[in-house]
Design a protein around this ligand. Structure first.
Ligand SMILES: [Zn+2]
Length: 172
């Protein structure tokens, strides 16, 4: 007897499935930058969320306080609000990605990860940013995407964050 398909698989097979949901009505406004929390973060740099370890020409890199993965950083485009990297001209786009890689190289040096992950999503906060995740050799989901909860749950202490920030700044 054939096994019942899990709900996500049925949704994948039928674009009209009830399980598929609409993006929020306010999404176009959010993408345009209305009430953007990352534009606000760049001007206030609330240390409850992370410490700046890199100040580039195109982005600032932050060692993020939440999450369970040592070295987890977020690189945030630092100029006018942009939702998609395709909104940047060639020079700005190249500059953004080169600075993402500069931060990535520092993470490789300090953490020597099993694999670096770069996630440019923006599905919740549509301001151009990239999550840099040094995947540890003992990992919650080796060889697959890291479940988001490991980037959201938990907060590093000042002591842990400060020590890691010092090592990263020295490696950049
Ligand atoms: Zn923004």
């Amino acid at each position: 007897m054939a096994q019942a398909l899990p709900p996500w698989k049925m949704a994948w097979m039928d674009a009209d499935a009830e399980l598929w949901k609409s993006w929020q009505d306010s999404w176009p406004d959010q993408k345009a930058g209305h009430g953007c929390p990352l534009c606000a973060f760049l001007t206030t740099e609330d240390p409850r969320w992370g410490l700046r370890v890199f100040e580039g020409r195109h982005l600032n890199g932050y060692l993020w306080r939440p999450g369970a993965i040592a070295g987890y950083c977020v690189a945030i485009w630092k100029h006018h609000h942009v939702a998609e990297p395709t909104e940047l001209d060639d020079d700005a786009a190249a500059g953004y990605w080169l600075e993402v890689l500069r931060l990535g190289r520092a993470l490789e040096t300090v953490y020597q990860p099993a694999k670096m992950n770069y996630q440019t999503l923006g599905n919740a906060v549509p301001h151009l940013h990239t999550h840099l995740i040094p995947r540890p050799w003992r990992d919650p989901a080796p060889h697959g995407p890291l479940p988001w909860t490991y980037l959201d749950d938990g907060l590093r202490t000042d002591e842990v964050l400060d020590a890691a920030a010092q090592r990263l700044r020295a490696a950049i």
